[in-house]
Ligand binder design. Structure first.
Ligand code: GTP
Ligand code: MG
Length: 478
């Protein structure tokens, strides 16, 4: 279904791919084309706008990983943003509850509720080994209950016997009761289709939902209706607590707008996609896979990921070698700061360095923010390579120059120097204790807590922990 979008994006990136360098203008021009492609795919305007802003900002600010081209890097950035747009992680059904779990299907007339109910029953039976009971609450259309019964026969799934004259809420209650007594794991409730404007049926749906309190209320929407599907979802969300979306007719020639806008607009995950009329044409919705299908550039995305992983690996090895020798210069400090930033915390070091527990806690509690790391990085960035390798040559004059370069004060430069010194001496101590092996022993002794000096101590001090070395207070947030 994403064919034309896929083609459009493909040709945008084709132009970027081989290029040796990309300017901001190149990126912006490419993003204008991506924007048009998304709009033509019927993605909601607000969603397109945010998406383009995000990707542009990331692409322009990105450091290009060695051994890939800037164009490839941009493809990876767009891929990641698409994955996020689609919801990042696949979201499973919430059915691991005290049985029976109740799943209620809602949606407009003809959206595919009854078919999807049967598909889901088959899926849960075959793939999850669940015992399923289906019940039709559709008393609005004469043949509806019979339709589900026939589907039950085709799939070998039990359906609740029909009792003429019962109302939806009663049927739902009876289904739950029967499931409980007969040991079913999941009850699937198929409901009557409604026109959006049909207030009576909307009210009935809300009544069923509040009487039955289902574990899942899945909205079934037709992907072919594009942005309308998103509007429908918004309208239903206002009536009942939706827990997820099923997009049907993904096998049709929908342009993709519904799939791409749905998550962002409704804040509900797409849990399944219907991909045909057959009863096995149902897929668990996986953002990564769908984004991959849209971009059709899995090879490039994989390449960039591998390159990044290799570099991290090489950096980690270099670092480990230095640590083993008991060295720690400004370059190492900068590497650590970057890693911390990249990991959104002190996780990079937490497993290696004694005393990091306290530092991590301080970070998590917000005692230190990204800006601080950035400022320290800027200070180190203003040093010459020689100064970074041999911080002991930093004279007062050099410090003034560095402070100016980083737009900060000599005091702050001194704090960074002090920090590097503390860490270097911690490294020496560690080495005396027997290098990396000693470190492990020391960690075992000290646990994640206080951190008796050393790198952990220096960091937790910097982070506003109890061990704050003199002069580090300015870097912590108050
Ligand atoms: N191609 C395709 N057809 C589908 C899909 N899902 C459902 N259909 C078809 O859509 C039609 C309507 O499906 P139903 O399941 O009866 O829809 P419904 O929402 O229960 O309809 P009402 O109960 O009348 O509101 C049927 O012909 C299905 O075969 C899908 O993913 N792909
Ligand atoms: Mg139906």
């Amino acid at each position: 279904m994403f064919d034309s979008l896929s083609d459009r994006l493909g040709s945008v990136f084709e132009k970027l791919r081989g290029r040796g360098a990309l300017t901001e203008l190149d990126v912006r021009a490419a993003m204008r084309e991506v924007r048009i492609a998304l709009l033509e795919a019927d993605v909601a305007l607000s969603v397109v706008k945010t998406f383009i802003e995000q990707v542009t900002e990331r692409a322009i600010g990105a450091e290009v990983v060695r051994s890939v081209t800037p164009g490839q890097q941009v493809v990876k950035i767009v891929n990641d943003a698409l994955v996020e747009l689609l919801g990042s992680e696949a979201v499973d059904l919430n059915i691991d509850v005290t049985p029976p779990a109740v799943i209620m299907m809602v949606g407009l007339q003809g959206s595919g509720k009854t078919t999807t109910t049967a598909k889901l029953a088959k899926f849960l039976t075959e793939k999850r080994g669940k015992k399923i009971l289906m019940a039709s609450l559709d008393v609005a259309r004469p043949a509806a209950q019979e339709q589900l019964r026939v589907l039950g026969e085709q799939t070998g799934v039990t359906t609740l016997p029909v009792i003429a004259g019962q109302q939806p809420v009663q049927i739902a209650e009876r289904a739950r009761q029967a499931a409980k007594l007969q040991g079913f794991d999941v009850v699937l409730l198929d409901t009557a289709g409604r026109l959006n404007v049909d207030t009576a049926l909307m009210a009935e749906m809300a009544a069923i939902a509040s009487a039955t309190r289902p574990d899942e209320i899945l909205l079934v929407v037709d992907a072919l209706t594009g942005q309308d599907a998103v509007n429908v979802a918004t309208a239903f969300k206002a009536e009942v607590p939706l827990t997820g979306i099923v997009l049907t007719r993904m096998d049709g020639d929908a342009r993709g707008g519904a799939a791409l806008s749905m998550r962002a607009v409704t804040e509900r995950p797409i849990k399944f996609a219907g991909t045909g009329e057959k009863l096995d044409a149902l897929e668990a919705f996986d953002p990564q896979r769908v984004a991959g299908r849209i971009l059709g550039m899995g090879d490039i995305v994989g390449l960039v990921e591998r390159a990044a992983a290799n570099i991290e690996q090489a950096d980690a090895e270099r670092m480990a070698a230095k640590l083993a020798k008991g060295q720690f210069d400004m370059e190492d400090l900068r590497g650590q700061l970057r890693q911390m930033k990249a990991m959104g915390g002190l996780g990079a070091l937490a497993g290696m360095i004694p005393g990091m527990g306290a530092a991590k806690k301080a970070m998590d509690s917000g005692a230190m923010d990204e800006k601080v790391l950035g400022r320290m990085e800027a200070i180190i960035g203003s040093m010459t390579p020689k100064e970074r390798a041999k911080p002991e040559i930093l004279t007062a004059k050099r410090k003034i120059r560095i402070a100016k370069g980083a737009g900060t004060t000599v005091q702050e430069v001194n704090k960074v120097i002090k920090m590097q010194l503390d860490m270097a001496s911690a490294m020496k101590k560690l080495r005396k204790m027997g290098g990396m092996k000693g470190m492990a022993a020391m960690m075992a002794k000290m646990g994640g807590g206080g951190g008796a000096g050393g790198l952990g101590g220096a960091l937790s001090g910097m982070l506003g922990g109890q061990q704050m070395p003199p002069g580090f207070d300015k870097f912590t947030k108050r």
